[in-house]
Design a protein around this ligand. Structure first.
Ligand SMILES: C[S@@+](CC[C@H](N)C(=O)[O-])C[C@H]1O[C@@H](n2cnc3c(N)ncnc32)[C@H](O)[C@@H]1O
Length: 259
């Protein structure tokens, strides 16, 4: 599945209102991590910002300057409209993943945080493409800046679909850990691609892209929709996630710095 197809799938997902209803708030563990790493008045590159669960919160709490990148035109329109509504248009610039604004932001660099939140990297097909993207984003970090990733755990996510896709992996149409799946929507379904990660692979990919993992922990134990719907579940899950080993997580939460 190429980037254009993925953009169209996310256009449909966001237009339907289903994404917002599934994930109505930021994940508290991810937001707390970001809030601790971002200096006041700092700069955030939110790559695959979606509907802006993280960047708007941080633009307000930290007076952060945000570059919000997304391949979905519907997401970009939403991000621009919300920025205007919140009076943050001067602070939040919105761009596509290959337009002039994005390239200028990369060239300018100086980001305190580059975020690929809740599975964005898993939507990039091909290990070498993911590593090239990470290496490109590395160049945009300020000295001492951090890369923050939310990644789906192959041990917990889409187990049946992983089994279904084994033949495609064997035929070389997919790489190990890749799946194709459909998100049911309005009586139909949108096609999506996802790469599911192991902790070992994350460390190896980041090392190849010039990063060192500082922390690899659980993003949540329960599904993201559960912890972002219920504040109580989010709180309990946060406490349990801090105690248990990362491979038990629904997703991984990774902090990395430039090697
Ligand atoms: C699971 S959503 C995560 C959105 C947001 N980070 C969050 O935590 O809610 C994945 C997002 O990544 C975007 N995306 C997928 N592939 C991308 C790519 N190659 N470059 C930039 N954004 C991408 C999608 O359009 C979508 O907004």
């Amino acid at each position: 599945m190429d980037r254009e197809d993925m953009g169209r799938s996310y256009d449909a997902y966001f237009s339907s209102g289903v994404y917002l209803s599934r994930y109505p708030r930021p994940n508290r563990r991810t937001l707390r991590l970001l809030a601790g790493l971002l200096p006041a008045g700092g700069r955030l590159l939110d790559y695959g910002a979606g509907e802006g669960r993280y960047c708007f919160s941080l633009a307000r709490s930290h007076d952060a300057a945000v570059t919000a990148v997304d391949i979905s035109a519907v997401a970009r329109q939403h991000l621009g409209a919300v920025a205007g509504h919140l009076g943050l248009s001067g602070q939040v610039e919105v761009c596509d993943a290959d337009d002039a604004t994005y390239r200028q932001a990369l060239a300018r660099g100086g980001f305190d945080i580059v975020l690929l939140g809740f599975g964005v990297l898993g939507h990039v097909a091909g290990r070498q493409r993911r590593i090239a993207l990470l290496a490109e984003l590395r160049s945009a970090l300020a000295p001492g800046g951090r890369l923050v990733l939310g990644l789906p755990n192959a041990l917990r996510r889409f187990r049946a679909r992983q089994r279904d896709c084994r033949a495609l992996v064997a035929q070389g149409q997919l790489e190990p850990g890749d799946i194709r799946y459909e998100r049911p929507l309005d009586g139909g379904a949108i096609p999506l691609f996802y790469h599911l990660f192991t902790a070992k692979e994350i460390r190896e990919d980041l090392a190849e892209a010039g990063f060192t993992v500082e922390r690899l922990t659980i993003e949540s134990l329960l599904p993201e929709s559960a912890v972002t719907h219920s504040r109580l579940l989010g709180l309990l899950d946060d406490g349990a996630s801090a105690l248990l080993p990362a491979p038990l997580g629904y997703g991984f939460l990774v902090t990395a710095s430039v090697t």
